[in-house]
Design a protein around this ligand. Structure first.
Ligand SMILES: [Zn+2]
Length: 401
């Protein structure tokens, strides 16, 4: 078992990373023995990982970070770094390694003030003598100021610093930054590879695994969540009932309200635990006794954190809505496949009777029009239209006729 085993359908990429991690290890070992560094190396100091949602871009970067920090004694016996079990691998994978820093966006953008400490750290030596790793999730959210800070750091890195940037596609990253990175693109894992992972790693029944893998179309994270989280399955089931509930205006408006409420509730659940912890930590850092009053003049800092948390909540709500929109699109795509007599496997094979009924009761043209209405809702949300307004416009357009 190695850190690469958790990646689904990415054999080509993990092979390259394994090679880089071996050479990186040889470099560290040579330096520790005061020997000259090996001549050729597959290792480099800046990497860009791209791939579609759910392909496992961040997990891949994290697995690489673990392999670089691996301290397994087996390495000396010719074993590859990235055992998955040693202290280096384990702490890198769960995010507590002292020399692996993660940069995430709190809102729509990665703000400079949130990463300035990390950039400073990137110019220092690692505490454990191996690598100082900075993992930037969603590098497409770097703005001008934070992007420039990353660019400077990538241009003149400290000898043992490694930048791992993650983004959906190479076009999403500033050309000046990406030209300094080695680029690895992950492909969408096959339905079979995702189903196999669910059975092997999550202990899911084979027929359930196959259905979930088909429904999520190569999105590993969603597949895992659907297969293991009953609440996520219930949410999906209720989204897929929506097309039957929008017969009239009243039904359409009610369905829109429910969809937006469910997304807000989901965001709230995910956020609450994290926020309470962050607020306590910040208060402690400001010198307030537990549960006690804040020192004078620190209210502004707390307010700033609360604003960041609000922004993040809006984003989580948006993500949940996006999932609902993609489930709906999959539903109508299946309807269209039936109407056109196409032989492709249905994403929602478990709802075939409903799909059949919809297919018989409408025309391919109206199905296309509905798919377009869902896409328009996504674009409206991108323009920051109030979620309820955007979703109402969509459910009204989904009505029969
Ligand atoms: Zn290890």
């Amino acid at each position: 078992m190695t850190v690469w085993d958790d990646l689904v359908g990415q054999e080509r990429v993990s092979e390259r990373l394994d090679g880089a991690a071996r050479d990186a290890d040889a470099l560290v070992t040579a330096a520790a023995a005061d020997a000259p560094p090996p001549e050729a190396s597959r290792m480099t100091h800046a990497w860009l990982f791209t791939g579609p949602p759910g392909a496992g871009v961040t997990q891949t970067a994290r697995a690489f970070a673990a392999a670089l920090q691996c301290v397994s004694p087996d390495r000396a016996l010719g074993g590859a770094p990235g055992c998955g079990f040693c202290d280096g691998c384990h702490t890198a994978l769960i995010g507590t390694h002292a020399d692996v820093s993660t940069v995430v966006a709190m809102g729509a953008e990665i703000l400079y003030k949130h990463m300035k400490e990390t950039v400073r750290k990137s110019f220092t030596s690692p505490a454990n003598g191996r690598w100082q790793i900075i993992l930037v999730e969603e590098a497409e959210r770097l703005n001008e100021k934070s992007g420039n800070a990353v660019l400077k750091a990538v241009e003149e890195p400290a000898p043992r610093t490694v930048w791992l940037l993650c983004a959906p596609s190479i076009e999403d990253v500033l050309p000046t930054i990406r030209s300094r990175c080695r680029h690895l693109n992950l492909s969408t894992p096959s339905v079979a590879a995702v189903a196999d992972m669910l059975v092997r790693r999550e202990g899911v029944e084979p027929d359930v695994a196959a259905a979930v893998a088909r429904a999520t179309q190569g999105d590993v994270d969603r597949a895992r969540r659907l297969a293991t989280d009953p609440a996520a399955r219930a949410r999906r089931a209720s989204v897929l009932k929506l097309p039957l509930r929008v017969e009239d205006i009243g039904g359409a408006l009610k369905a829109a309200q429910e969809l937006v409420d469910v997304a807000a509730e989901d965001a709230k659940q995910l956020a609450e635990e994290m926020e309470a912890k962050e607020t306590e930590e910040l208060k402690a850092a400001l010198g307030a006794p537990q549960g006690g009053r804040l020192p004078r003049g620190t209210a502004g800092v707390i307010k700033e954190l609360e604003d960041d948390q609000k922004r993040r909540r809006r984003r989580t709500q948006r993500n949940t809505l996006d999932i609902a929109l993609s489930d709906l699109t999959g539903f109508y795509r299946d309807v269209l496949a039936l109407q056109l007599g196409s032989r492709v496997a249905l994403a929602n094979g478990d709802a075939e009777d409903v799909l059949e009924r919809m297919a018989r009761g409408s025309s391919p043209e109206s199905t296309l029009r509905r798919i377009e209405a869902i896409a328009a809702c996504g674009r409206a949300l991108d323009r920051n239209v109030a979620p309820l307004l955007a979703v109402e416009a969509m459910t009204m357009a989904l009505r029969a006729g």
